[in-house]
Every structure is written in structure tokens, then in C-alpha cells.
Ligand binder design. Sequence first.
Ligand SMILES: [Zn+2]
Length: 302
Amino acid sequence: MAIQNHPSSPHPATRRSALIGTLGALLLPAAPVFAAKSRAAAASPASSEVWPHASAVPGGVARLSLGTAATRPVARTTDDLPLLVIGDPIEWTALVGIPLAARPGNAHIVRRTEGAGDQPIAYAIATKQYSEQRLKVAPGKVDLSPEDQARYERERDHQAKVMAAFTEVPAHDLQMRVPVPGRRSSSFGLRRVFNGQSRNPHSGMDIAAATGTAVRAPLPGRVIDTGDYFFNGGTVWLDHGGGLLTMYCHLSAIDVKVGDELKTGDRFCAVGATGRVTGPHLHWGVMLNRTMVDPALFVPAA
Ligand SMILES: [Zn+2]
């Protein structure tokens, strides 16, 4: 999937270079750390080399500079959801998951400072046109019986609680490893019509793989939910910290339980065809601030 550059994307290297001269000695106590960071900044000036990539469109991620501060600033959405803030005292960056349903145009987040109130930080959401996909599935997976509707609503309420997880911000790099090898559909954001009826857009990446293929953790994380859900089938949620969650659906096997800690590359479940599917594949979702965003922004191009 193409990466959308956006004119409001910050230029961390430039800003960092400008600030290092005046603030580096003050804010970075250890010389070796300072040297390493200088090299990293010089080596990756392009926004395409930061993780996740910036793409301020519906379903994308905005990277908004919060500037310098001795300690990690607090930033929240206008709906008062906490945002993942990464960086260091030289340059903090808020990562903002933009909902697929967001309207293009002006938007803002708020930076909250103890004693000084909220400061709005503006950005622009660019337009992105997603195409439409028509699918045929079992009629009972589109027009739900009263029992299935009740089950779906219970599961939806449960998942909403899972999605609210916001634990300690990850210290590691956010570049992800693709959880299974295989052909990746670029179907994130597709408007879907099931058996002639419009439903929610596709909010993840589908990776083609045979039933039983091992699924591996894309980053260190903790298992925060496992289950067998009406639409998603066998499902695992991982919490990577700071509201960065990943979801794995249609699984044939789940080898972990809630509370298990995973390292990058650990096998924890297997590809299947459970739930509302047309064939075996992994549905992979990536969430920031309770918003599903395009997983392609977190992984190297196929
Ligand atoms: Zn999918």
C-alpha cells in the first residue's frame, strides 16, 4: 500500500539538529547516548524511515511534534482519549490514530500541562479514497438472528473494554515484524458490501496463509484477550503499551492465555478460517488510541 506523505509531517531530523546544539548538553546527561541519537537522526531524515510512517488520512497515523520537555508530555484526543507519546527530552512526538470515519480537514489534539491547562495542537487530515469490495458470505453472517445479534452485542461490549487498555509506553522501536509470511492484501479501508448490504469498512490487513501457519508476535507484548467471536472467530489481542494494541482474527489455534508475555517473533497462535471469512487468512489489526489504523504503516514494504 502506498505511503501518503503529508505536508504537516514534522521533520524530526531537522528539528532535532537545530535543538541539539542548544539543549543537548542540558537535557542529555550521557555522551554516548547523545552520539548515538545524533547518528540515528542523520541517518534517517525521511519520514518514511520512522515507525510508524506518518500518513495523516482517515485510517492513518499523524505524527505531531510536542517539542522539548524534560519529561514525557501528556497528549489526548479531543474525545479525551490518551495518546501514545514517544521520543526523548529533545523531541517528543504524539502518535495519533485517525479513525476511518474521520472527515478530512482541520483537526487537533490537546497537550495537557500541569498547572498550565490544555494547549491545542492543530493538524490537517488529508483525503484518501478507499475503494469498494463486494463479498458473498453465509446469509446468517449478515442478517443476524436475535440470538446472534445478542451474542454480537455482548462481544462488542467486551471488546470495547479490551480496547481501552493503556499501559506503560513502550521503550522499544515501533517497527513491526510481519506476523505471518504471505501475500498481503492492501485492503485496509475497503468499503465492504456483504451480500449486497453495506457494512463497516475493512479495518485491518489480510495476509494469505494456510490454516495452521504460525503467527508470530510483531513486537514485545502481553496477551490481553483471547476468545472465539461471532465475526472475528478465534481472536487474540496483544498490548504493546501506550494504547498500541494488535489483534489477530480467524485463528485455528490459540497457544497463549491472558497475561502471557511475548517477545518479538514468539509463535502464539495459528492462521485459520473461523468467523466471517471466505477462506483461510490472518486478519491483522493495529490500534492506537482505540482507533484501527493501517498496519502497513508499521512494517517494511512487502
Ligand atoms: Zn480482514
